[in-house]
Design a protein around this ligand. Structure first.
Ligand code: HEC
Ligand code: HEC
Length: 447
C-alpha cells in the first residue's frame, strides 16, 4: 500500500489495459510538471516526513491503483485493476474500514479520508449570505489546500511529527530538498535553526509545493464518461441516461452534487456545490474506540469569524453538517460519508431513498443491526437537525436506484481506457482521447 512502484512488480493480468493506464499516468503527467510541482510530489510521497518514517500523504491519498471487485457486463464481480485513482486510503477501499492507521500504529483518526482529486476546486471557506461554502476537510476548517497541507505532518493521529521544526530537520537530511528549496523559494535550509522566523516560511513552502502538485492534471483529469457526454462526444447507455435524469429530477441529488458547468457555460461540472449539509448519516460503530459523533461545521473553529454575526446562526445551520463531497471517481472511493458508514453506492442511494420510510433500527440501534439497510435504518448522529426536505422518502423503485448507481459510475476518470476494455468499446472515445476539458484552468485559492 505504501509502495508507489508496486505496479512494476504486479503480475501480468488478463486485463492488459491496466498496464497501459499506469504507463500513461507516469509518463504523460511527469513530463509536464514544473519544478515546484515535482518538489510537491516528492514531499507528498516522502515517508521520512512522518515520526516513524513509515507514512506520507500518499499512504492515505494513494497514487497507485489497486485491484478491487468490479462488476462486469455479465453482472458478476471480479477482482480487477481500478481503471483510475480515487486518491484515498487503499486499505479502506479493500477492507471497507472507515479510518486510517497513523504513523504511530493503532493511532486511528475518527474520519474517512476523502479524495484529494478535484479538491483544488473548493473555494476558500466563506459565508455566502445563506450558507457556508468551500474550504478543506469534512468541516471546512482549513480554508484552502495550503492551509490543509500544513496539518497532517504534525497531527498526532497522522504523520505525528512533534513540531514544524522537526519536519524541517528531516528536510535538511535530503540533498535534493536543499537544492530545490534554494532554487524555487530562495530558502537555504542548511542555515535554518530552531526558532528562526524563516522556519515558518519554509514550512509554508512545503505546503505550497504540495498544493501545486495537487493542482496538476493528475488529480484533475476531467476525462470521465460524464465529461465526454457533457461535451457532446458520446452518449450514455439506457440505464445511465435514466440515472442521469433521476439524479437531477426526483432524486434531487443534483441540488447539492451539482451537474452544472463550473463557469455556467462550457466548463466541466464538479458534482458538488461545496456547501454543507446534515443528511442524517448514522454512526459507524466499526470505527476503533468509537469516537464521539463528529459535529461537522459546528466543530469548525472559524465559523464565527467567517460569518460575522454567528449569534444569528440556528443550530440546524451548523450541527452535523459535513461538506458535500464531489462525486468524481466516487466508484473508486468506498466506503462513503465522513464516517464511512456505507459500504457501497447501492447502500448510499437506498439510504437517500428510504431513510424515512424504513423503521428505526432497535437493539442494536446502529450499523451492526442485522437489518441495517434492509429492514431498518439507525437514526442519524444528529437526528433532530437532519435535512428532511430533499431526502428520506424519494419514492424511487429498485430499478431507479440501480440506474442512479450506473450513472455515478460514469463519473470515473480515464474513460478512454476503461470504456474500451473488459468487453466495452466506445468508437466515439477511442483509447488515448484527451479530456474535452484538458485546458480548463485549475484554480489556486491560496493567494
Ligand atoms: C493517516 C491518514 C492521512 C494522512 C497521512 C494524510 N491524510 Fe489527508 N486526510 C485524511 C483524513 C482522515 C481526512 C479528513 C479529515 C477531516 O476532515 O477532518 C483528510 C483530508 C484531506 C484533504 C481534504 C479534502 C477535502 O475535499 O476536504 C486533503 C486535500 C488532504 N487530506 C491532503 C493530504 C496531504 C497533502 C497530506 C500530507 C501532507 C495528507 N492529506 C496526509 C487522512 C490522511
Ligand atoms: C441536501 C444536499 C444533498 C443532497 C440532495 C444529496 N446529497 Fe449526497 N451528500 C451530501 C453531503 C452533505 C454528503 C456528506 C455527508 C456525510 O459525510 O455525512 C454527501 C455524500 C454523498 C456521497 C458520499 C461521498 C463520499 O465521498 O463519501 C454520495 C455517494 C452521495 N452523497 C450521493 C448522493 C446521491 C446519489 C444523491 C441523490 C439520491 C445525493 N447524494 C443527494 C449532500 C447531499
Amino acid at each position: 500500500m505504501k509502495n508507489t512502484n508496486k505496479h512494476l512488480i504486479m503480475p501480468i493480468k488478463p486485463l492488459v489495459f491496466a498496464l497501459g493506464v499506469l504507463a500513461f499516468t507516469n509518463t504523460a503527467f511527469a513530463a509536464e510538471q514544473t519544478l515546484e510541482q515535482q518538489l510537491g510530489q516528492l514531499l507528498y510521497e516522502d515517508i521520512n516526513l512522518s515520526l516513524h518514517r513509515n507514512q506520507s500523504c500518499e499512504s492515505c491519498h494513494s497514487l497507485s491503483t489497486i485491484e478491487i471487485p468490479i462488476e462486469g457486463v455479465d453482472g458478476n464481480f471480479q477482482m480487477a485493476e481500478q481503471p483510475t485513482l480515487g486518491f484515498v486510503d487503499p486499505s479502506n477501499v479493500l477492507n471497507g474500514t472507515a479510518v486510517s492507521d497513523g504513523s504511530r500504529r493503532r493511532a486511528f483518526g475518527g474520519l474517512n479520508a476523502p479524495s484529494v482529486g478535484y479538491a483544488a476546486f473548493s473555494p476558500d471557506f466563506h459565508w455566502d449570505g445563506e450558507l457556508f461554502i468551500g474550504g478543506q476537510f469534512w468541516n471546512g476548517r482549513a480554508s484552502n489546500l495550503v492551509e490543509q497541507a500544513k496539518g497532517p505532518f504534525v497531527n498526532p493521529l497522522e504523520m505525528a511529527m512533534p513540531s514544524e521544526w522537526a519536519v524541517i530537520e528531516r528536510l535538511k537530511q535530503n540533498r535534493s530538498y536543499l537544492r530545490s528549496f534554494k532554487r524555487i523559494y530562495n530558502i537555504d535550509l542548511r542555515r535554518l535553526r530552531e526558532g528562526n522566523p524563516k522556519v515558518g516560511e519554509a514550512y509554508e513552502a512545503v505546503a505550497t509545493a504540495i498544493s501545486a502538485f495537487e493542482r496538476t492534471s493528475r488529480f484533475n483529469r476531467f476525462d470521465s464518461k460524464f465529461d465526454f457526454e457533457a461535451a457532446g462526444i458520446t452518449q450514455y447507455n439506457a440505464s445511465e441516461q435514466r440515472g442521469a435524469d433521476l439524479f437531477d429530477d426526483i432524486a434531487q441529488c443534483g441540488d447539492c452534487h451539482s451537474t452544472d458547468e463550473i463557469d455556467g457555460e462550457s466548463g466541466p461540472a464538479l458534482l458538488t456545490d461545496f456547501s454543507y449539509d446534515n443528511i442524517g448519516s448514522p454512526a459507524n460503530p466499526q470505527i476503533p474506540r468509537r469516537p464521539q459523533a463528529d459535529p461537522g461545521l459546528q466543530g469548525n473553529p472559524n465559523i464565527a469569524a467567517v460569518h460575522g454575526n454567528a449569534s444569528e446562526l440556528e443550530l440546524d445551520e451548523v450541527q452535523g453538517r459535513h461538506k458535500v463531497m464531489s462525486l468524481r471517481n466516487i466508484a473508486m472511493t468506498a466506503p462513503y460519508m465522513h464516517n464511512g458508514v456505507f459500504k457501497s453506492l447501492r447502500e448510499v442511494v437506498h439510504f437517500y431513498n428510504t431513510r424515512d420510510v424504513l423503521p428505526a433500527c432497535t437493539a442494536p440501534a446502529d450499523a451492526t443491526n442485522p437489518g441495517f439497510a434492509v429492514t431498518c435504518w439507525p437514526q442519524g448522529e444528529f437526528h433532530s437537525t437532519r435535512n428532511t426536505k430533499k431526502m428520506g422518502n424519494l419514492g424511487l423503485t429498485p430499478q431507479d436506484e440501480a440506474d442512479i448507481v450506473e450513472y455515478m459510475k460514469t463519473f470515473t476518470d480515464n474513460y478512454p481506457e476503461w470504456g474500451n476494455s473488459n468487453g466495452l468499446s466506445d468508437p466515439n472515445v477511442p483509447t488515448g482521447t484527451p479530456s474535452p476539458f484538458a485546458n480548463y484552468p485549475i484554480p489556486d485559492h491560496s493567494n
